[in-house]
Design a protein around this ligand. Structure first.
Ligand code: ATP
Ligand code: MG
Length: 432
């Protein structure tokens, strides 16, 4: 690009000076620092900024542009000003909006999930839906998938990536107004300019995002009501939401339901975390058995592997023996805990669903559904008898447990627990 100073005159020199000063301040550099970075004499920088240098060398201007890390558009602007052409905004250089990069560190590689990752990525690359909503039971890898996909999509969203943990299944879910305040602050709005009312905040949020290309990750949503005010309206933004419950009512949405892992991926995850040399001491059948006892659930597989890694004297067979007993008690390590994760789902249920979960869990705990036989399945008539209600009402309760991913549907109208959820429901029935 040609940065030669063409037309000469105080107007052009003034415009060049104004631009350089603004960009230098934006880069938080003193004149001395800029001069040093550009390899120029500080007097040259001073004279340029003061409009006292009518004929700067094109090389000097180029060095300054590089030192200030100007983008293509700004370089054009500088070149135009240097040629004496009118340049908009030379009265004052607008501050470059802050570009938030809030994604937490992701996993270097996901075990399995190729298909789900492709769905999330394709939807947002093709800009087909505003929202991709990932749902699934506790610990199934929703956050891992969302964050991994977001890192891969980030280059397509040059104005930044926002990440908010909505703590939808924690003790204190984040209020939408609070989430909005945090996001607009991250986008460069000073705290004192954030309105008090949620609707005004949401309007400000949409305005700030209206012409930016930002990817927004809303992790662990309690439900659609928490998410709706956080949806942007501009064409350049896209959203990934995760939540344990199915999220409906968000409008233009591509839903991705995340099931437990396929066997090879669960075994690969176990070996990766436990260490390949430890896993190598076990037979393929034993490794698969460990993953099976973890219900193929990524959270459980990871915890089991961490336990083995932390105990150099254990073999995979020792681990298997332990998992044959009270699995939920075994599946806790390093701050991760399957039972605690399921407790959070259970605690959020209304009383009527908690009761249904416990009663269905008590039946399962009787051993009625050991193994893969059909007695593991429930239908609405069996549930109605257990719950002391009508079949249609029982079916509604079963559907709501299904939506919360505390039950699975084995065939239309047939329901069963995931193994670890069954253990949890049965345990809940005993302590209630
Ligand atoms: N595909 C995967 N490959 C490797 N590790 C995974 C995978 N999926 C999940 N994990 C790991 O399993 C654990 C649970 O995953 P994650 O936190 O993403 O689950 P979640 O579905 O978001 O759970 P919650 O419902 O509690 O929010 C994490 O330690 C995560 O790193
Ligand atoms: Mg999560």
């Amino acid at each position: 690009m040609d940065l030669r100073v063409g037309a000469r005159g105080t107007g052009a020199a003034h415009a060049v000076g104004t631009l350089l000063r603004g960009w230098r301040k934006r880069a938080l550099l003193t004149q001395e620092q800029l001069a040093e970075k550009a390899g120029l004499n500080v007097r040259t920088v001073r004279r340029l900024e003061n409009g006292g240098l009518w004929q700067p060398r094109s090389r000097s201007v180029l060095l300054l542009a590089q030192a200030l890390e100007l983008g293509g558009e700004e370089r054009e602007q500088l070149a135009a000003a240097a040629r004496g052409l009118p340049v908009a905004g030379t009265g004052e250089v607008a501050a470059r909006p802050i570009v938030p990069r809030q994604l937490p560190a992701g996993l270097a590689a996901l075990a399995g999930r190729e298909r789900e990752l492709a769905v999330v990525e394709d939807a947002h690359r093709a800009r087909t839906a505003l929202v991709v909503a990932i749902d699934g039971m506790a610990g199934t890898g929703k956050t891992a998938l969302a964050v991994h996909a977001a890192h891969r999509l980030a280059p397509g969203f040059p104005d930044g990536q926002l990440y908010v943990d909505l703590h939808g299944h924690g003790a204190a879910p984040v209020e939408p107004g609070e989430a909005l305040a945090r996001m607009v602050r991250a986008l460069g709005v000073p705290a004192e300019e954030i309105p008090d009312h949620d609707e005004d905040r949401a309007a400000l949020y949409r305005s700030v995002l209206s012409e930016r290309r930002v990817l927004i990750v809303l992790d662990d949503a309690a439900g659609a009501e928490q998410v709706k005010p956080l949806l942007p309206a501009g064409p350049g933004c896209r959203v990934i939401v995760t939540g344990r419950g199915r999220l409906s009512g968000l409008g233009d949405t591509r839903a991705v339901s995340l099931d437990v892992l396929p066997a090879p991926a669960a075994v690969a995850l176990f070996a990766e975390v436990a260490g390949h040399e430890r896993a190598a001491g076990a037979s393929p059948g034993e490794l698969e058995e460990v993953a099976a006892r973890c219900g193929w659930l990524p959270l459980a597989v990871r915890i089991a592997a961490e336990r083995l890694r932390a105990r150099p004297t254990w073999s995979v067979r020792d681990l298997l023996k332990r998992l044959a007993g009270d699995r939920l008690a075994e599946l806790a390590a390093g701050g991760h805990d399957v039972a605690a994760a399921l407790d959070r789902s259970y605690d959020r249920l209304p009383a009527e669903l908690r009761r249904a979960y416990r009663l269905l869990g008590a039946r399962a705990g009787d051993g009625a559904d050991d193994g893969a036989d059909d007695s593991a399945n429930l239908d609405s008539r069996t549930a109605a008898a257990l719950l002391g209600t009508s079949a249609p009402h029982a079916e509604r309760l079963l559907e709501r447990l299904l939506d919360a991913h505390l039950l699975r549907e084995s065939a239309p109208g047939r329901y069963r627990f995931h193994d670890l959820v069954r253990d949890h429901a049965s345990r809940s029935s005993r302590v209630a």
